[in-house]
Design a protein around this ligand. Structure first.
Ligand code: NAD
Length: 326
């Protein structure tokens, strides 16, 4: 199989590429990434000489380039996105450009070139917020609350429409919060670790009791691989780990692992439109496609914290690059 992966220099895309090259040594991957502030080509240093891997720097909005690359593959897996909620609150426009118009551009080219499968990587955030009980299922109404989740929901709706209208073989996954190596240090876990390494306090939004479901990034990568091969076209598959944790619980885990205490916490004004609780049912993907998370949260979070502590050069290099983007 030849796959075009978009956004493969980011957190999840890079782990997915590493996973696929290892699991399917005969597959070829083209990674199209614009290398925005969140993209880091060094995330894939370990595979850059693999003859089955090609990196192309470019934008999913570039019609000619996208068409040219898709003509060389069988499948498209779209990770490329603006992905940080706080940025979407400050500057929603780029989220509409990349996440909605970019996806449209990929869908158009994939339709014309008749790709065998188009997989859109999406998020549980499109479902909005839950009360204290219940889970998002694939039939939960879409109800996004941030410009980020609204843009991802818009893309999901286009993917659905391309299946319904043009009978394009689309697949849509919606995953909960990922954690693991190579995550840009603007997101909770690497951000807090990088601050604590500098003896800075960690800013916890509101009362810290917002709940997220957490999944180890390589379990997400494997789920996407299974959906790409075995998923039914036109369907949505939720992916989650049944690991509901409050932000405060995650913070305390990090503090303990780094020998710090609660005095390192600084409570800050809550994020606008901050969803209270996400929790996702993974019943469909586990029952229909046989996927299961392979690692417990306790093991995964330990590995993750250790990875950041052992790769402080990676954090420093990202932060130096960040300074050049500002
Ligand atoms: N991180 C999570 O917890 C999570 C959970 C569920 C779903 N998702 C989804 O998974 C996908 C990947 O998330 P991530 O956390 O790896 O994000 P990320 O921000 O780490 O990576 C995004 C990548 O997309 C690239 N990109 C951005 N705009 C582009 C463009 N116009 N053209 C080409 N490349 C472009 C960036 O350079 C970067 O490499 C996103 O679609 C996100 O919505 C993320």
């Amino acid at each position: 199989m030849n796959i075009m992966v978009t956004g493969g220099a980011g957190f999840i895309g890079s782990c997915y590429i590493r996973h696929i090259l290892k699991k399917h040594p005969d597959y070829k991957i083209i990674n199209l990434d614009k290398l925005t502030y969140a993209g880091n080509i060094e995330n894939l240093d370990d595979v850059k000489n693999n003859p089955n891997y090609t990196f192309v720097k470019g934008d999913i909005l570039d019609k000619k380039l996208v068409r040219d690359l898709i003509s060389q593959v069988d499948c498209v897996v779209n990770f490329a996105a603006e992905s940080h909620v706080d940025n979407s609150i400050k500057n929603p426009e780029i989220f509409v450009e990349t996440n909605i118009k970019g996806t449209l551009n990929l869908l158009e080219a994939s339709k014309e070139l008749k790709v065998e499968r188009f997989l859109q990587v999406s998020t549980d955030e499109v479902y909005g917020s839950l009360g204290k009980t219940g889970y998002f299922t694939e039939t939960t109404p879409i109800s996004p609350n941030s410009p980020y989740s609204a843009s991802k929901a818009g893309a999901d709706m286009l993917v659905r429409a391309y299946f319904e209208t043009y009978k394009m073989p689309t697949l849509n996954t919606r995953c909960s919060n990922n954690y693991g190596p190579y995550q840009y240090p603007e997101k909770l876990i690497p951000f807090f670790i990088s601050r604590l390494l500098k003896n800075q306090k960690v800013p916890v939004y509101g009362d810290g009791l917002n709940v997220r479901d957490w999944l180890y990034v390589y379990d997400h990568a494997e789920a996407i691989d299974i959906v790409l091969h075995k998923g039914k076209v036109g369907e949505v598959y939720n992916i989650g780990g049944h690991n509901e944790k409050t932000n405060l619980e995650i913070t305390e885990l990090i503090l303990n692992a780094m020998g710090k205490d609660k005095t390192s916490i600084e409570y800050v004004k809550d994020r606008l439109g901050h969803d209270r609780r996400y929790a996702i049912s993974n019943e469909k993907i586990t029952k229909e496609l046989g996927w299961m998370p392979s690692i417990t949260f306790e093991e995964g979070i330990k590995l993750t914290i250790e990875w950041y502590l052992n790769n402080q050069n990676w954090i420093n290099s990202i932060e130096n690059k960040k300074a050049s983007f500002v």
